[in-house]
Design a protein around this ligand. Sequence first.
Ligand code: MN
Length: 265
Amino acid sequence: MGTGLTDAPLIGITTSELRRPENAPPILHGEPPGTELALGLSYPSAVLQAGAIPVILAPLPDSRDAPILERLDGLLLSGGPDIHPHAYGQEPDPQLGVTEQRLDGWELALTRRALTSGLPVLGVCRGLQVLNVAAGGTLHQHLPDVVGEAINHRQSAPGSEPTHTVEVEPGTRLAELLGTGTADVNSFHHQAIDRLGEGIRVSARAPDSTIEAIDWVGGPSAAFALGVQWHLESLIAGRPEQLALLTALVDAARAARDRGARMAA
Ligand code: MN
C-alpha cells in the first residue's frame, strides 16, 4: 500500500465518554438521536503519528467484546469523565462530576486483562486513574479540597499550552523517556491518585505534590504500563519528548507482538 503501516502494531483506544442525545444537538441529515461515542480525534491522530494503527474501542460491557484484545498489540486509555467511586469502594463526594458506571466497569476489566496478559498500556488523564483503580488504588474525588488551588489543574488555556510543571522521578521509565528534572505539562483534571494501587509507583509529581505520572511495576520486567495525568496527545506538536511517550508504547506493542505475547483467548 506504500503507507509504511502494513506491519504497524494495532493500538486499541478506549472510548471513555458518552454523549447523550440531550447534550448533542442533531445535525440535519445526520444520525437519528441516540447515545454517541465521544473521543477526541487527537488520540487516533497521535497514535498514527507514533507509527501505529489506531483502533477505536466501543465501551460495550459484554464479554463478547473480549476477543478484540487478542488482536491488539497495545492499549491506550483515553481521558474522559470521572470514574464512579464505587469502583474503589467509596461513596460519591458532592463535587463528583458526570460518571458512567457501566463504561467504568468495561474499561477497568479491559485494563486488568491487559495487565494480566502483558499487553502494553498507556493511560492518559482519566486513563492514568483507570490504571491505578484497576490495580486496587483510590482517587481524590476533588483535588482542590486536598491540595488547594495554588496550582490550577483545570486550565482554561488550550491543550497545546502547558500550564504547570512536573518533577520527574529518577530511575523510572518516565525518566528514560522524558529525562529527569522538570517537564512542562497541560492540566485538565479535578481528580488525582490518592492511594497507589498494587505495583504502581509514582514517576512524576506537580509542585503541590499531586501525582502526575505512574509506572506499573507489578508485572514481568518487560511489561509496559504507564500513565500520565496530562494530555500528551495535545502536546506532541513541537514537543518530541511527549511524542516519545507514545512511540514507547508503540515500540513495546511491536516487541510484545514479536514475542508472541498477545492476549491468550
Ligand atoms: Mn495537573
